[in-house]
Design a protein around this ligand. Structure first.
Ligand SMILES: Cc1ncc(COP(=O)(O)OP(=O)(O)O)c(N)n1
Ligand SMILES: Cc1ncsc1CCOP(=O)(O)O
Length: 501
């Protein structure tokens, strides 16, 4: 992804470059972001411990803010080690000012109080920490920090609840690296969501893990700056650190047992199947015995989604080979069945791939070619019954986590949306845009055929296809066109040109 954003990191300087602001800058650069740093303290440390800490004066920190503001305006600020309460006051002042300028500013606070190898780094008072937590958008402590902040020995979700009782954070990522458990589980809690989201990875055999928390929080800040949902940002940050540690593990084996951070950073994460789950929601659909049947990719390249049987008849008559019947105001069950039956028959007559939106039970009964389901339906629909009946399955997704969730079902295709603003439907998520679409497509790496949907006009068709998707789906670009026949021909022209290259 090459959408460059500006990220500031506020923290201490570690001369060994394993942790602190120099590590953050290395991560930002590795992920192609523009990073700036504000130094709160000069420390003498390496992966074996801290030998001294020299805080910078509050006024010096204040002037660093002024100097940086002349250069840039951040979309995300990552805060880690704050040496004392005077610095916390300066930071609170500037956060207020920066938020006035940019209400979208996102603040990540990694409450670094001591080094994991030993050594106190901060004299922040409980009140200053509480004020900072209330002022940030995401708090991401490790187990030791969370236990110190809550004066509790609990772990997991209980520890997050303790944190919430004591501190007024909007969202918390509890990093599980120090939990002592075999699998490393990071938990995300958000004030406006029920339950928690967790990502698990197996523990790797790297021993000198100094700076892993900083690396993780810096990567998380990048993914937040790139407008990924917090669940995605956590998932991607976890993949990033896992990949970096795995790379280090391999190198350490061949090059001796040095600190992991000297061994390079991995760049944007590629697909990696770490386990994730939602605590109060059926997070993962049950595993199925086999993949859903495949579709004919050549017929799939242009995919009108249509709200009536008349439109379906028209499109198939014009030679379109994949359509979806998406009926949203059907109240009469008999009529609904009749429409689905007709769509199925038309599909057979024209040798086309006709998908039925939502009504999977009727689609099975009427012997449809396939069904298209949303994420909500994924939890409630009987996927085994759909598979047993031999229907194809298409699934909507709007994020990496949803993509990974969909992949577990091994569907016939995955829809990626919505790419641009759409008038057709109220979307709870933000438009993805082309850069993210390209990232999703790379992430999927041709595991399943894909279709992009949402606000795709004739003008936008070419750049959307250039992201590598297998198909484009349209509603209004066809159904609201002044001359639908001409619009269809033009779309066919763009699609054929793209796939003939
Ligand atoms: C090809 C394609 N992609 C996405 C959707 C949206 O499906 P869903 O999330 O189930 O939302 P509704 O269509 O039910 O509003 C789709 N229909 N087709
Ligand atoms: C059904 C659906 N799902 C995601 S966006 C969308 C509507 C797409 O309609 P349009 O092509 O008119 O933007």
């Amino acid at each position: 992804m090459n959408n460059e954003t500006v990220i500031w990191t506020i923290g201490g300087l570690d001369p060994s470059n394993g942790a602190g602001i120099s590590r953050d800058l290395a991560v930002f650069q590795n992920l192609q972001q523009r990073g700036y740093s504000l130094c709160t303290a000069v420390t003498a440390q390496n992966h074996m411990g801290v030998s001294c800490v020299q805080p910078v004066k509050a006024d010096v920190l204040n002037q660093q803010f002024q100097a940086l503001l002349e250069l840039s305006s951040p979309s995300v600020i990552k805060i880690s080690m704050i040496a004392d309460d005077a610095q916390a006051t300066v930071i609170a002042h500037w956060l207020e000012k920066l938020r006035q300028q940019n209400p979208q500013l996102f603040v990540v606070y990694d409450p670094v109080l001591s080094a994991s190898a030993g050594g106190q780094l901060s004299t922040l008072s409980g009140d200053a920490i509480a004020a900072l937590c209330a002022n940030c958008d995401l708090l991401c402590p490790n187990y030791h920090e969370a236990q110190a902040l809550t004066e509790s020995q609990k772990g997991g979700v209980e520890l997050i609840h303790e944190l919430n009782q004591k501190l007024d954070a909007r969202a918390v990522v509890l990093k599980g690296g120090h939990s002592g458990c075999e699998a490393v589980e990071d938990l995300l809690w958000q004030h406006n969501r029920a339950g928690t989201f967790s990502v698990k990875a197996s523990r790797l055999a790297v021993s000198k893990t100094h700076g892993t928390g900083c690396t993780f929080a810096a990567a998380l800040s990048v993914f937040v700056a790139q407008n990924f949902e917090l669940e995605d940002a956590l998932y991607l940050a976890k993949c990033y650190v896992f990949e970096a540690l795995q790379q280090a593990e391999n190198n350490v084996r061949s090059a001796g047992n040095g600190p992991w951070h000297t061994l390079g950073l991995p760049g944007w994460p590629k697909h990696r199947q770490l386990d994730f789950a939602f605590s109060e929601q059926a997070g993962l659909p049950a595993e199925l015995a086999a993949p859903f049947p495949s579709i004919d990719r050549e017929k799939f390249r242009f995919y009108p989604v249509l709200d009536s049987i008349d439109w379906v008849r028209w499109a198939l008559g014009q030679g379109v080979k994949t359509v979806q019947l998406r009926l949203k105001d059907a109240s009469d069950e008999q009529q609904l069945r009749q429409h689905i039956r007709t769509a199925v028959k038309l599909g057979r007559r024209y040798d086309a791939q006709v998908f039925i939106n939502d009504y999977w039970a009727l689609a099975i009964e009427e012997g449809a070619y396939g069904v298209h389901l949303g994420q909500e339906d994924l939890a409630s629909a009987d996927l085994n019954a759909i598979a047993a009946a031999g229907l194809r399955l298409g699934l909507s997704t709007h994020s990496i986590v949803e993509i990974e969730r969909a992949c577990r079902v091994q569907p016939s295709y995955i829809a990626l949306g919505h790419i641009f603003p759409t008038q057709t439907k109220d979307m709870p998520s933000q438009p993805q845009g082309l850069t993210k679409l390209g990232f999703y497509q790379q992430w999927l790496a041709d595991r399943f055929p894909t279709v992009a949907i949402g606000g795709i006009s004739l003008q936008r068709a070419k750049p959307v296809l250039a992201q590598g998707v297998s198909s484009i789906a349209v509603v209004t670009a066809l159904t609201k066109a002044s001359k639908p026949g001409e619009a269809l021909q033009q779309f066919n022209g763009v699609v054929n040109e793209h796939f003939s290259q």
